[in-house]
Write a protein that binds this ligand. Structure first.
Ligand SMILES: Cc1cc2nc3c(=O)[nH]c(=O)nc-3n(C[C@H](O)[C@H](O)[C@H](O)COP(=O)(O)OP(=O)(O)OC[C@H]3O[C@@H](n4cnc5c(N)ncnc54)[C@H](O)[C@@H]3O)c2cc1C
Length: 506
């Protein structure tokens, strides 16, 4: 028999839980008494993972829809602009680098510049001004532009703890989300396998119509209670460990990077994220290839004196995801659904996408739930496959000699779907039509930046007759140079802009 769905219990108060609460509550006007009631339940004994500071440009829309001003986000979360990723030493470890900027190449959709650039490695340099804006450490906009607008596309770097806190206050005070502090001990199922109620360690219980599992790695409801198996992807992506640090600036006006820096190491990579008040730095690595002590040594070499007095925090993780994401009346969002290394900040992006799906497809009664769940599972399965392929692309084209990197080039570790893509891209490169699904996460431009940045040049000569637009290509490349020069003249230094912009709000 079909039951109305108007009570939602979100279990977990990390970034996933609070983002899900905000997105669903804002969409369903919970505050205005629409009939949908949302409660977020979190344990005071189980900490959040406390990392996750790089986001994707989708966050602009997510935060603005929840109703948070961009200046408030910056002020409360010590946020900075993120205009893409800089990948250092991924090709041969000799100081090489390339950018994956968030702005698509100039002329994108009109003419693919890849067959015309001088060196394939300089694709992002010749086709896109954002590479230069990042190298110069500039903000993506001037004081003349409004909140959430920019001359370059951007996302944010933000303090994970402060972000969850901001969302919590906003959800409670503005969006009508009820906040309960309790530790879930177990959940009771009814005879059709739905969660009937969750039982707390103090003996009390809670009942809802839909349960959103945001319990992080423990996956308490979807994994443990509903027994949905975990699909490991460590045969493709080997990393399973991280050492995380919060690094103070030496002085208040130290330059503030406007992109994530990912520097390859002998068996993994180091992230470097600039917030206004500190940096978040960490080493992601594979324990099979690198001990924790060796990883700490890599961090010490990377940070030099800045590491003095700091103790890294070790985080272990399993790379992979659940075989289903929505089962019966339970849907997992965040790390309870899965996690792979944070190379392209896909985790929080998937949280946003999942929360939006739940909000937009929330069935009014349980009769439609199985269809909603089936669609969600199909979409998420596709997205996970795409993410895994895209992350692997960063590794498989390396020329680095260490065993970890060579193992990444072994075809046995490369998904067949990615091998098939590379076979096609080998003669014409990635094009938009390869990514025309409405649920695609990354555009062709992202694959182009990474693939060409890694030095993979398609054999355009094989069909040279297709690439006879030399003069049009030159015009676009020249135009890119002009725009670059203008931006370098007019865009303000990153830290200066944030300080002036926030001061103008007081
Ligand atoms: C090393 C590392 C770096 C990362 N970097 C990035 C990045 O740059 N960008 C990005 O997008 N993502 C990144 N991530 C992922 C990102 O941190 C997470 O996706 C994000 O923080 C969401 O986590 P979560 O809310 O799912 O889980 P958690 O933060 O672990 O929160 C779990 C919540 O569940 C509660 N809970 C657990 N069990 C119970 C229970 N029994 N009863 C009640 N409550 C319970 C806890 O109290 C907590 O509130 C990174 C992850 C790691 C490990």
């Amino acid at each position: 028999m079909s039951k109305p769905i108007n009570k939602i219990a979100i279990v977990g108060g990390g970034t996933a839980g609070w983002l899900a609460a905000g997105v669903i509550a804002a969409h369903h006007q919970a505050q205005a008494g629409s009939g949908v009631k949302i409660a977020l339940i979190e344990s005071s004994d189980i900490p959040t993972v406390g990392v996750g500071e790089g986001t994707w440009p989708t966050m602009k829309n997510t935060v603005s829809k929840i109703g948070i001003k961009e200046s408030t986000l910056f002020e409360k979360c010590h946020a900075a602009f993120k205009q893409g990723g800089k990948f250092v030493n991924w090709v041969d470890g000799d100081g090489d680098f390339y950018y994956h900027p968030f702005t698509v190449p100039l002329g994108y959709g009109r003419l693919d510049l890849a067959p015309y650039v001088k060196d394939i490695e300089s694709y992002a340099v010749e086709s896109n001004f954002q590479h230069h804006v990042c190298e110069a450490g500039l903000a993506p906009r001037t004081m003349a532009e409004d909140e959430y607008k920019g001359q370059c596309n951007y996302a944010y770097h933000l303090d994970a703890g402060a972000f969850a806190d901001l969302l919590k206050h906003h959800c409670r005070d503005e969006l009508g989300v009820e906040h309960l502090i309790a530790t879930v001990d177990y959940a009771e199922l009814n005879d059709v396998g739905d969660i009937e109620r969750i039982m707390f360690t103090d003996g009390s219980d809670y009942q809802a119509d839909l349960y959103v599992d945001c319990t992080g790695f423990s996956s308490l409801l979807l994994g443990k209670t509903l027994d949905v198996p975990f699909k490991s992807t460590d045969d493709v992506l080997f990393n399973d460990s991280a050492l995380a640090l919060q690094v103070p600036y030496q002085s208040e006006d130290d330059p503030l990077a406007c992109h994530t820096i990912a520097t390859a190491q002998n068996a993994g990579w180091i992230w470097d994220i600039g917030l206004t008040h500190r940096r978040g730095v960490g080493h992601v690595y594979a324990n099979d290839y690198l001990s924790d002590d060796e990883a700490e040594e890599n961090l010490r070499n990377y940070l030099g004196d800045a590491m003095n007095g700091l103790e890294p925090r070790k985080i272990s993780f399993k790379s992979g995801h659940r075989e289903q994401f929505w089962k019966n009346n339970c849907v997992a969002v965040g790390m309870s659904a899965g996690f792979v290394e944070p190379l392209e900040a896909t985790a929080i992006m998937l949280v946003e996408i999942s929360a939006r799906y739940i909000a937009e497809n929330l069935p009014p009664d349980s009769g439609v739930m199985s269809v909603t769940a089936k669609r969600f599972n199909e979409q998420m399965d596709y997205r996970w496959r795409r993410i895994i392929d895209f992350l692997k692309l960063h590794y498989m084209l390396t020329k680095r000699p260490e065993p970890y990197w060579q193992a990444h080039t072994n075809p046995e570790t490369i998904p067949q779907s990615l091998q098939d893509d590379l076979a096609i891209w080998g003669f014409r490169g990635p094009i938009s039509a390869d990514f025309d699904s409405a649920i695609e996460l990354f555009p062709a431009a992202s694959y182009q930046y990474v693939m060409y940045g890694m030095g993979f040049k398609p054999d355009f000569e094989k069909q040279a007759y297709l690439y006879q637009n030399q003069s049009q290509a030159e015009r676009i490349i020249q135009q890119n140079q002009q725009i670059t020069e203008q931006m370098l003249r007019t865009l303000p230094p990153h830290r200066d802009y944030i300080e002036k912009w926030l001061a103008s709000h007081h």
